[in-house]
Design a protein around this ligand. Structure first.
Ligand code: ADP
Ligand code: MG
Length: 363
């Protein structure tokens, strides 16, 4: 007897969108009822609990297994509070966030920042160096113009775009580890952590759950998912990789993951179409243009921070350079590309070796 459940994870960074991942897992009632009490009589059976809350412009979802509802409620509350705290630090939408206050001091002397902001900026700068600036959190001024372009359905004004591009350069963002300070060398520079913050927040939420004794959990923020030990009786959490066609279409592959993170970046939902061309919300810092390649990138990595940022980086680098980048890390990558209407799938060798789940019955 199997009780199948399927969940769609809503993803968005500036507004709600439909799922990039379909997450499912199954729970074998029989094995729990008959075997668990015999073998582990001391351990109470675990119950499944699910919670959702809006944060960081998207919906965060937590699934966890605990002995009772009060401990599940307390653990999820603490995890969401941590996410809320990080949003208040890292958001580029809130003028009072630590990030925006740092940007307001661009052109001035170094600013001491929190452990969290320093950590995310350090990881961002590491990746910027390894990708020759394909991943670059100083892309803020250009991203803002593209957000407006999306709202107005009009390409950014070339002169404004040129001025914005002059402010984009990761080597004008200086970090000093000993004093934990950050310096933005040019006035007007704007940092944007949209390509890394959700993965980091999911990691931190999972860390809170672990500290509170929750070992089996999933934290998902739209296309960014972090999982710990699997549901009871399962070998992993079943994670479906969405097809390039977007919401409602069956996933193109199913993974079985435990103690890992998976992130998807792509233009399936967030893009603007102008004069017959699709421009993604991911920007190539070299050109200042939204990506026009139809590409969906899924990265599986040990942490959400790594998976999220690598997925964005590979989107900019494209399959060839992206595969090389990921192969040089412990991560793996799956890319679906549209080549004149034909779908091409590119997987790294390590991705091919990841355990697969059988495609389960539909929702
Ligand atoms: P999503 O927000 O859909 O999960 P991503 O993780 O790929 O997708 O992040 C995209 C966001 O990252 C953009 O909305 C923007 O805030 C930021 N961004 C865009 N281009 C870059 C880039 N080249 N490097 C770093 N961050 C970027
Ligand atoms: Mg990302």
């Amino acid at each position: 007897m199997t009780n199948d459940e399927a969940h769609s994870v809503t993803r968005a960074s500036t507004f709600f969108r439909y799922s990039s991942f379909v997450i499912r897992h199954s729970l074998s009632c029989l094995s729990l009822t008959f075997f668990v009490p015999l073998c582990y009589a001391a351990e109470p059976p675990l119950e499944r609990h699910e919670f959702r809350e809006p944060h960081m412009g998207t919906e965060f979802k937590i699934i966890l297994y605990t002995a009772d509802a009060p401990s599940a409620n307390a653990a999820s509350r603490a995890a969401f509070d941590r996410i809320g705290q990080l949003d208040a630090m890292l958001s580029d939408y809130r003028a009072d966030s630590e990030l925006m206050q740092l940007c307001a001091k661009a052109g001035g002397p170094p600013v001491r920042v929190s452990d969290e902001l320093f950590f995310v900026l350090s990881r961002s700068q590491d990746l910027a160096k390894r990708t020759d600036g394909a991943f670059d959190v100083t892309v803020g001024p250009v991203v803002r113009l593209w957000r407006r372009a999306r709202r107005q359905r009009q390409l950014p004004d070339p002169e404004r775009l040129a001025r914005a591009r002059e402010l984009v350069s990761f080597d004008k963002l200086r970090l000093d580890e000993s004093s934990q300070t950050v310096e933005l060398l040019k006035p007007g520079m704007q940092l944007d952590l949209g390509g890394i913050a959700k993965g980091y927040a999911a990691d931190e939420a999972m860390a809170v759950l672990k500290r509170l004794g929750v070992a089996r959990a999933l934290v998902a923020a739209s296309g960014d998912i972090v999982v710990s030990a699997p549901p009871p009786g399962e070998l992993g959490w079943t994670i479906g990789i969405a097809s390039l066609d977007g919401a409602g279409k069956p996933p193109s592959d199913y993974l079985l993951l435990r103690d890992a993170a998976a992130s998807t970046s792509g233009d399936t939902e967030q893009f603007v179409e102008i004069a017959g061309r699709r421009y993604s919300h991911i920007v190539d810092p070299k050109t200042g243009l939204g990506l026009t390649d139809r590409l969906q990138v899924t990265v599986v990595a040990p942490s959400g921070t790594t998976a999220d940022s690598l997925a964005t980086a590979v989107s900019v680098l494209g399959p060839e350079r992206g595969l090389k980048l990921v192969d040089a890390t412990a991560a793996s990558v799956f890319i679906i590309r549209d080549e004149e209407g034909r779908r091409k799938v590119i997987q790294s060798d390590r991705f091919k070796e990841l355990p697969r789940a059988k495609a389960k019955r539909s929702n």
